[in-house]
Write a protein that binds this ligand. Structure first.
Ligand SMILES: *Cc1c(COP(=O)(O)O)cnc(C)c1O
Length: 390
């Protein structure tokens, strides 16, 4: 295959593992735990890493290699490692890079399980953290300490759909000699490439839009070679690796990422525009709506606005709950990034027990609804919303 860099869509389709003697067109599934060697010398050289090849599927496998290769090309990264889930990617990245006594500065509106890592587990290993509010980036610098190792953030955030300026963050990290790690799950590599804006590592839950069909779990971390090397050494020892089957499914999913995400975003913008004109909706947040407080930053660093729309139904918690209960076609679920449109009412469900200050800090109000736009026809999605708002 030519080494010349091609367009995003082409790379996601034409990056394939080597064809076998059967000349298959579509890449086969390599369900094997191990690999065999010709002789003692080959095995010695392979384990000594003098020879690049697959040794054992906890380390690497043709299917995971292909998946990693694609994500690296999509993100403009040097290297990567694939994990069994997004959380395995987040945890292994943290565990490989952090030591007792280190400190992390993170955006407070991070994925719930990541918040759990910061608050419940990192303290156990004497690793401290400080949170900043995504809407107050001017407060970040004061949180940096001599033992701060990296800044961690998600943009756009969940569920508030707030946006953080990646170039600003990267300049701050360079100034203080910190690493910048971005969870790029909501944007996908099609919409946003944090490495191009100065991030050192990018983490993904491949479970969401990368698969996009709600089938398998997966995660991946890509970025600077020497950092990935540390993550690889930690992971090949501790075993959070992605299964060849999931890598095979996900590599196929990536072939259609561009066309799927285009449509997801088109539907999201249409729904957001409809909601903005609806009398029972008090506010709508979507990065590519001019009314979004960070519209200019979103335009600067994202190709399109993503598939998540947040909005508030009038009438507080009852209003939000009523809307949620009256939805007929769309799915009521906490998941996101599926072909099926999903609606969540955080205040009465996932965040029902969370303190009001915490909810406010991540953009959750009583009537707030988060919608993950799917690929159904937009007229049917809007019709479902319209009847639920009546
Ligand atoms: C879902 C999600 C994760 C965790 O991914 P899993 O594959 O469910 O482990 C991490 N970060 C973000 C932003 C997510 O949405």
């Amino acid at each position: 295959m030519s080494k010349e860099k091609k367009q995003f869509e082409t790379e996601s389709i034409r990056t394939q593992s080597e064809t076998t003697q059967f000349s298959e067109h579509s890449v086969p599934l390599y369900i094997t735990s191990g690999f065999v060697f010709d002789d003692a010398e080959e095995m010695r050289a392979s384990f000594a890493e003098e020879k690049q090849r697959d040794l054992y599927s906890r380390y690497s496998n043709p299917n995971t290699n292909e998946f990693i290769d694609k994500v690296c090309k999509m993100e403009g990264a040097e290297a990567g490692f694939a994990f069994a889930s997004g959380m395995a990617a987040v945890f292994s990245t943290f565990a490989a890079l952090l030591s007792a006594g280190d400190h992390v500065v993170s955006c407070s509106s991070v994925f719930g399980a990541t918040h759990g890592l910061f608050t419940k587990y990192l303290p156990k290993w004497h690793i401290d953290f400080s949170y900043f509010n995504i809407n107050e980036p001017e407060t970040i610098e004061a949180l940096i300490k001599p033992n701060t190792k990296f800044i961690y953030a998600e943009t756009p955030t969940n569920p508030g759909v707030d946006v953080l300026d990646l170039e600003f963050l990267s300049a701050l990290c360079k100034k203080h000699n910190l690493l910048l790690i971005i969870d790029n799950c909501f944007a996908t590599p099609y919409l946003q490439n944090p490495i191009k804006h100065g991030a050192d590592l990018v983490v993904h839950s491949a479970t969401k839009l990368m698969d996009g069909q709600g089938r398998v779990l997966g995660g991946v971390t890509v970025g600077k070679k020497e950092l990935i090397r540390d993550i690889y050494l930690f992971s090949r020892l501790t075993g959070p690796s992605m299964s060849p089957f999931n890598a095979w499914v996900l590599s196929k999913s990536l072939e259609t990422l561009a066309v799927r995400v285009e449509k997801h975003c088109e539907n999201a913008l249409k729904l957001a525009t409809f909601l903005e004109g609806h009398p029972k909706i008090t506010w709508v947040k979507y990065p590519f709506l001019k009314s979004h407080p960070k519209y200019d930053i979103a335009k600067k660093q994202m190709r399109l606005g993503g598939n998540i729309v947040a909005f508030e139904v009038e009438g507080g918690i009852e209003g939000g709950r009523n809307f949620f209960d009256n939805i007929k076609m769309c799915s009521l679920s906490a998941n996101l990034g599926d072909t099926r449109t999903i609606v969540t009412h955080p205040a009465s469900t996932t965040h029902a027990k969370v303190e009001p200050e915490v909810k406010a800090a991540v953009g959750i109000t009583d009537g707030m609804v988060r919608c993950s736009l799917g690929l159904e026809h937009i007229d049917d999605i809007i019709a479902d919303f319209e009847q639920a708002l009546k």
